[in-house]
Design a protein around this ligand. Structure first.
Ligand SMILES: C[S@@+](CC[C@H](N)C(=O)[O-])C[C@H]1O[C@@H](n2cnc3c(N)ncnc32)[C@H](O)[C@@H]1O
Length: 272
């Protein structure tokens, strides 16, 4: 056999072996990083100027007949370029459920399984953590799952309305947000009157917002601001809401609180 033929066969064999190898799920230990990023800092990564620049076919490729194993996370490793060249069919609203500060994505994956007809989007400011969630999505997609879930690196306090359109979301989840205990840092909290107006603007009529925390003082803050806000009405029969049940235990922080036998406080409100 001549060497060119041998090389070709070797390459074929390698290709076949590579094809059979399953994409491995990432390990959390390889993706640890600082617990906090200051959300008030200037944004040093790309962001769209408006929602027409968001190409949802990058995030939910199967729906648009594209390669489901390619990742676009807006991180250094999986970058996105935002410009005006997006096909208008791909920039229409698609997200139903939004997880703000999704961390390692536990809730996103639980929602993806429990609501197969909904499109779930996790937003998270820490790049490494986003890479973990993205690589887990890719591994699951390789097994035929998780086509309805996606994640992106962004600072929701600055850029949320540049991704999401008015009256388009069914649910917003804010699970175990950073408490920012010091008074001078209250302005970093992800719930405040201005941001609540923004969340109400993005929710559909009767859309719901869910806030859960293990910090009673922060829960009181959530209750105070949500009950005062004219666009929200508190839901009393939270037990009837299947999504409220999911947020109890499916996020990584929620599981940690459970292991430590801590308390959890929840408030669910509807857009009026
Ligand atoms: C305490 S963790 C909770 C993570 C997850 N929700 C859970 O329950 O496991 C809060 C997360 O919110 C993220 N975060 C904080 N401010 C943010 C912002 N402005 N935009 C996006 N993510 C943010 C943090 O990086 C962190 O991962």
């Amino acid at each position: 056999m001549n060497t060119t033929l041998e090389n070709k066969q070797d390459n074929n064999q390698i290709e076949q072996i590579e094809k059979k190898v399953k994409i491995q799920k990432p390990k959390k230990a390889d993706f640890r990083m600082h617990a906090h990023v200051n959300p008030l800092n200037e944004t040093l990564f790309p962001y769209p100027l408006n929602y027409n620049q968001v190409d949802w076919s990058l995030h939910y490729p199967k729906k648009f007949g594209k390669d489901p194993l390619k990742l676009y996370l807006n991180t250094l490793e999986y970058p996105i370029t935002y410009d005006d060249q997006v096909n208008p069919d791909c920039s229409q609203s698609i997200v139903d459920f939004l997880d703000i500060g999704c961390g390692f994505g536990g809730l996103c994956f639980a929602l993806s399984e429990n609501y197969p007809d909904k499109y779930i989007f996790g937003m998270e400011i820490r790049g490494k953590v986003v890479n973990f969630v993205g690589e887990k999505i890719r591994a699951l997609r390789d097994e035929g799952q998780a086509h309805n879930v996606s994640v992106i690196r962004t600072n929701t306090m600055r850029h949320l309305p540049q991704y999401i359109r008015k009256n388009s979301l069914e649910k917003i989840f804010i699970c175990f947000p950073d408490p920012h205990f010091k008074k001078k840092n209250f302005r970093r909290r992800i719930v405040n009157p201005g941001l609540l107006s923004e969340y109400a603007y993005l929710l559909k009529p009767s859309g719901r917002i869910y806030c859960i925390t293990d910090v009673e003082e922060l829960h009181n803050w959530h209750v105070q601001h949500l009950e005062k806000h004219k666009m929200f009405k508190r839901i009393q029969d939270v037990e009837q809401d299947s999504a409220a049940k999911l947020i109890w235990n499916s996020t990584e922080e929620g599981q940690k609180v459970e292991r430590n036998k801590g308390s959890k406080f929840i408030i669910v409100c509807e857009k009026v």
